[in-house]
Write a protein that binds this ligand. Structure first.
Ligand SMILES: Cc1cc2nc3c(=O)[nH]c(=O)nc-3n(C[C@H](O)[C@H](O)[C@H](O)COP(=O)(O)O)c2cc1C
Length: 290
């Protein structure tokens, strides 16, 4: 049993927020397949419209220009009520244009019986990008803490200033942090010389795992006091165990599930339960000739 955000999970493999968790049917199937919990796609009262939201696959992961769920808050409240009435371990990911609006949304979600939140405040794919700061994290976290008693994690992107932002979340009343959201990245189109997708967007998948491990290590070394939900590049039970060994309470998996969603999730959960399985023990070092 793993305990996080007031939930008792059967295992520490949590499906992270994304397109695959934008539908009730998928959320239920991911839980049936063995996920310890599922985080919904980020619910937003006024998601941006007119953006070109796409995914580009790379050898080391993917870049996506997506933002928030296009389903209305009312629609999501119905879904969350239905999932809560079955006692399912679902974490609602929420964001809004202002701290006050996010606090209001948190109250609405609490009323559905949903038992935990993740503040999805760190998406870098909005038109203006994300210029995050400890002050911004403090305002969102304080507003939600003042409005609800639900346990919540604040999702942050790794990179510069992460420790300051994470400590700001802790001081402002968060129960946990989730690290990392996607990281800024770009790909050049060889035909045109322009950036693919038209700019810098969110990078995820195996390429970011060493960076997220380093972030986790740095947080722990600085004495960060809260549980960390690790997310970035999980593809196997070994990846889950790497995060747990560095002190994460759970590991979220997302991009890997864009290939054979259920089979991949079932394999990762099985490898996590049996850490001596091959995927759990891949050798990482190479000898360098002297
Ligand atoms: C297509 C796509 C959509 C995503 N949508 C969201 C989202 O709505 N909210 C959020 O907090 N994170 C979102 N993420 C980020 C993932 O939850 C996760 O933090 C990130 O991809 C790193 O984990 P991974 O390498 O296992 O994918 C999205 C990622 C991808 C690839």
């Amino acid at each position: 049993m793993t305990h996080v955000l007031g939930l008792d999970l059967a295992n520490p493999v949590v499906v992270g927020s994304g397109l695959l968790t934008d539908q009730e049917r998928n959320i239920r199937r991911l839980l049936d397949t063995g996920a310890g919990a599922v985080v919904t796609k980020t619910i937003h009262p006024s998601p941006p419209t007119g953006l070109d939201e796409r995914i580009l696959r790379l050898p080391t992961g993917m870049i996506n220009s997506t933002t928030y769920s296009k389903r209305s808050v009312g629609h999501w409240l119905g879904i969350l009520r239905s999932l809560a009435s079955d006692g399912l371990p679902v974490i609602a990911s929420v964001h809004a244009d202002t701290p006050a609006e996010l606090a209001e949304l948190a109250v609405q979600v609490e009323a559905t019986g949903c038992r935990a939140l993740e503040l999805g405040i760190s998406c870098l794919n909005e038109e203006a990008g994300l210029d995050d700061s400890a002050e911004r994290v403090t305002s969102y976290t304080e507003a939600v803490r003042a409005a609800t008693r639900l346990p919540f994690s604040v999702k942050l992107a790794g990179g510069e200033g992460l420790n300051a932002r994470a400590f700001a979340a802790a001081r402002a009343g968060a129960d946990a942090v989730t690290v990392s959201d996607t990281l800024p990245a770009a790909v050049v189109d060889p035909e045109t010389g322009e950036l693919e997708l038209g700019g810098v967007f969110g990078y995820s998948g195996p390429g970011i795992k060493p960076l997220v491990l380093a972030s986790l290590w740095n947080l722990r070394r600085a004495g960060f006091p809260l549980p960390v939900l690790a997310t970035g590049g999980v593809q196997s039970g070994r990846d889950v165990h790497d995060y747990l060994r560095l002190g994460a309470v759970v590991a979220q998996v997302y991009s890997a599930l864009h290939t054979d969603m259920h089979a991949t999730l079932a394999r990762i959960v099985a490898e996590t339960d049996a850490p001596s399985a091959p995927g759990a023990r891949a050798r990482l070092t190479e000898e360098v000739g002297s």
